[in-house]
Design a binder for this molecule. Structure first.
Ligand SMILES: *Cc1c(COP(=O)(O)O)cnc(C)c1O
Length: 239
């Protein structure tokens, strides 16, 4: 196990280079350019000092699943140019503090949360970019809106002037491996294709945030534009 900071930094560099190659290959297989896939480096497993090494390796789009950890890391890395994504559950009482720190919230799973985000964004004269989190796997343990809940929300979403819905996010079902993941990701893409012609102006649905360390290749093949990768970037590091 590497232990000195130099060893950890070089391991992170290698992991990132390997992930970028894998992304490029998967994109090529689906007839897309590597640049059409945004890699979000998920830093929830590591200390801010290790997250810093990831940025210094050249990845400045980072994600955290817990708001408090995002606040803490954003503060620790405030001297760097980092685009932060919140990828996990957000309670309404944490919107105010989270919003100024993030480029995108992946995990909007209720109309009330979206309304709160719009209210807080309006208060600071900005527009918040969000994704709607879908539960396509049907796992009851997973958060997210059900596929048939999205379209009925469109009229209400279009009344929230300070939120822009850029796309959909999902996590694949826990069981069933790559086949299951592919089915869930394909379901998200199909849902997006069905909803796209019915969207109001503030809903675009260009982005599909799907794929993590174990299934991001499959996700890219199925049309992911954003992948959220944590453990693969920190492989071989004792944290
Ligand atoms: C932790 C997490 C990830 C990253 O998971 P890895 O398997 O470590 O790559 C992606 N998305 C969400 C929502 C997460 O909570």
């Amino acid at each position: 196990m590497p232990n000195s900071d130099t060893q950890i930094a070089s391991r992170i560099c290698e992991n990132l280079a390997r992930a970028r190659e894998t992304i490029a290959a998967a994109a090529a297989r689906s007839g897309r350019r590597a640049e059409s896939v945004t890699l979000v480096g998920v830093t929830k497993y590591v200390e801010p000092s290790v997250a810093r090494m990831l940025v210094e390796s050249g990845l400045n789009t980072l994600g955290e699943s817990r708001p408090q950890q995002l606040w803490q890391k954003a503060e620790a890395l405030a001297d760097l140019q980092v685009s932060w994504h919140l990828i996990g559950h957000l309670q309404r009482n944490k919107v105010k503090r989270t919003l100024p720190l993030v480029a995108c919230i992946h995990s909007v799973d209720s109309l009330r949360l979206l309304q709160e985000i719009s209210r807080e964004a309006a208060a600071v004269h900005r527009t918040a970019d969000v994704l709607l989190e879908l539960n396509v796997s049907g796992d009851t343990s997973k958060t997210g809106l059900k596929p048939d809940e999205i379209e009925p929300l469109f009229p209400e979403i279009s009344k929230q002037p300070s939120v822009r819905v850029l796309g959909l996010m999902t996590m694949a079902g826990l069981e069933g491996g790559a086949d299951r993941a592919r089915r869930d990701f394909a379901a998200l893409r199909t849902l997006r294709d069905q909803l796209a012609p019915k969207c109001p102006a503030s809903v675009v649905l260009n982005e599909l945030s799907m794929g993590m360390s174990g299934d991001y290749e499959v996700a890219i093949e199925e049309g992911a534009t954003i992948i959220r990768v944590g453990s693969a970037l920190f492989e071989g590091i004792e944290v």
